[in-house]
Structures are given as C-alpha cells and as structure tokens.
Design a protein around this ligand. Sequence first.
Ligand SMILES: *[C@@H]1O[C@H](CO)[C@@H](O)[C@H](O)[C@H]1NC(C)=O
Ligand SMILES: [Zn+2]
Length: 476
Amino acid sequence: MRLLRLSPSLPLGFLLLFLSSVSAVLARAEEEDPTIRTMEEFSGYPLRESPSWVADSLSSLSVESENLQKQIDELASFSDTPAPSVTRVLYTDKDVMARRYVKNSMGLAGLSVREDAVGNIFGRWDGLEPELPAVATGSHMDAIPYSGKYDGVVGVLGAMEAIKVLRRSGFKPKRSLEIIVFTSEEPTRFGISCLGSRLMAGSKALLKELETTVDSQNTSFLDAAKYAGYAQDPVDLTSVFLKKGAYAGFVELHIEQGPILEEEGVSIGIVTAIAAPASIKVDFEGSGGHAGAVLMPYRNDAGLAAAELALAVEKHVLQSGSIDTVGTVGILQLHPGAINSIPSKSHLEIDTRDIDEERRNVVMEKIHQSAIRIARDRGVKLAEFKIVNQDPPALSDESVIRAMESASKDLKLSHKLMISRAYHDSLFMARVSPMGMIFIPCYKGYSHKPEEHSSIQDITNGVKVLALTLAKLSLK
Ligand SMILES: *[C@@H]1O[C@H](CO)[C@@H](O)[C@H](O)[C@H]1NC(C)=O
Ligand SMILES: [Zn+2]
C-alpha cells in the first residue's frame, strides 16, 4: 500500500492489475507496516479503510462532462418533433442518422464497429486477452413520440465516455470491453419491445413473428430493416442470436425513470431485479347501431365491454394485495368512434407487471376469465385475447452487483439497492449473460416526456461508476 501511495502517477490499469494479483500479499505487508500504524495514529483515522490506490487511481478517472452533455444535445437533434421533445422511431431517417452519429463516435473513440442483421450496433475495445468472453455495456437510443433526450441515450453515450475515461487513465482491460446499442427497445413502430435484445437472447417466437410483422402503414419489418440498410439478402435473423456465455457480464447505465433516488438524495441505484412485464391485446365485437334508435335492452355494446374489462384489470391487480403488482390499460379504442353510433368494436391493450412472476400470471388468468365472462354477459364476441408477451423477471448477478457496489464505495457515492419496475434490454441480456444495472436520479422521476432530465453531475457520477465497474469486471 505504501508502495502504491508513493507512485501516484501509476495508471489505473496497472494499479488494478497489480492490486488484483497481489492484494493478498499486500494485505499481509500492510499489517506489519509500521509507517501505516504511525500514520494512523497521527491522522486519527484508519488508513486501511480507504486504500490509497483507490484515491490515486480514482483521481485519474476524469469525465469530460461538458463534451458528454454536448453529445447528448447533438443526438437529441435527430428528432422528428421539435426540441425539447425527441421522437426517433426505428429505421426512420432520423434513426439512421443517429446510428451514423454513434458509429462515427465509436470509431473516433478507437472502437471496432460492427452491426448485426437487425442493426444492433457493437463497438469493441480489445482487451489483453481478447479470446476471453468480453464484458459489455450499452442501452438504446430510439425514443417514443414526444419523449426526452436521456432515456437510453445516457447508457449509450455514457458508455462511450466511460470507455474514454478508462483509456485516458491508461487502463488496459484484460477481457475486451464492448458497447452495444440495441435496436428498438421501445415498441413504437412494430409493437415489439426490446426487439434487438430479445432476438439476441435467442427468442425463436420473435423470429417467427418478425416474418409477418407490419407497422401501422403496412410496411413489413423486413422492408423497414432493408430501408435502413439491414436484413440484407439472404436474410438470416438467427445470426443475431448470441451464444450463451458470449459475454462475461453486461451492465446498463440508465436514468431511474422513477422518483426514488432524487427524493432520497441518493446518487446511484444498484438494480437487483427487473420486474416481469406482460402485455395483452383484446378485441370485443358487438352489433353496433344507431345511438337513438336501438333501445338499451337490445344492445350489445363492445365499448362497454372494454370499459368493464378495464375496471376488472384494476380490481384484479389490487386483489393481489401487493404494492408491486401493477396493471394499466393504456390503449382503448372504439369503432366506429362516432358520438351517435353504438361501438361495434373495441380494442384494449393491457400492460401488467410484478416482481413476482407467479402473482403476475394469476392476474393475467383472472383478466382472461373476466374477458370471457363480460363477453358472455353482454352478448358480445371476444374476438381476440392475445398475450403479446409474458416475460419472467430478471435477477441481477451477484458478481455484477458486488462490482457496482464496490465501485460506488470507491468513488464515495451514496448508493442503494433497488428494483427496476420499468423493463430494459438488460431483462433479455440476463438470459445470456450475468447482468446488472446502474440507475442515476432524474428530475421528479419524469420520463417518456420532454421534461425528462438528469443533471450532468448525476450523469458524470453514473459514468464513473460504470467505468470502474467495467474495469473491475474486465479483470476477472
Ligand atoms: C398489406 O400489404 C400486403 C402485402 O403487400 C397486402 O397483401 C395487404 O393487402 C396489405 N394490407 C392492407 C390492409 O393494406
Ligand atoms: Zn430506456
């Protein structure tokens, strides 16, 4: 320890490598070192608790915050709606321009860039032992209509900055470090969330579905992908699948999208689990008719069936008795949608989540039973009850949690363990790699709207924790 303190200019890489290999020897030497004992008595606090290698190497972790903020602002300008809102939908011109911007930045940062058949982007920094499974980080940069500029982007541009931080400090990773920009985390265009990571995790169901998926303009997924320069013939989307063990670890930096960290004044959230999401599409069909002419006893109103099911969703969720169970009817459409016409068709989309998969599944089953009963009682047809996705929750990996915790401690940043109630690409990466997530505070928990904001100080803290976490994982 004394040796390291005498060499404050040693690069982080050397310090970490050195520390990882000889920490045991060091620990023994430390106990016998009279200088440290004297220093402790002199200073009045234990030096052993705050090893100086941390202090030395951490002071070399310098984030270029101003430049990072500039990049976040620049990326936000690739938008189909005016600032401060951001709208960037999969495979549109603005999405393609944003992809070009990020690939270019990756190249400038010295990463080797490649893309797969659906446009997941990979930027790799070769480690000293490039044949070992790499450690990956990343997030998404698509943005739902009229959303903000931090969701996902912090985990893409922040990852790039984390790599640059490590490079500037002189660090050399043992395992390669890789940044992944995931295709279509948001379901905006094709109704499929986490499309890129879901496919990377080897979803055969998605593979099949993508053959026939179209957007609201009847453009097929494959045509849209081709338009953006992907899915070139011969199309083989199984090439997107990752092999289990492809990565030694995956860490995603993300804004919390909730108010907890800001309210509690905590800098870093260490995610231990991601809640299990599910979504359902329901269609009811009735006879419709004239709003004046058809008397009440002779109606089978598809709109009222939808309204009753929406209330049933709320009831079943509350019946679970757990604050962690949630359900939302975010889409409710009536056809033909005229004030003087009894709805002949209705369409609902239901989102329900829980950290407990079984409890969530019970809610889904109750919703199904209610849909059947409501259709029967009201004489309408339950034309569709389609479970779009029913995903299990994901647990963060112990080793990744420990790396994130010790990085936060080394950096003297307040941190807490927490659950992610929103889902992320990490949910699917957890199927093929040990996973962890780093949350940073965001203003009032706002997300998916233009007011979404994280301070540059909070982003900088997140980048530092990410950099140090990647450094630790890369040396394992
Ligand atoms: C959508 O496109 C397909 C193939 O081009 C075509 O067969 C189909 O009729 C179209 N559907 C609608 C609703 O336009
Ligand atoms: Zn996101």
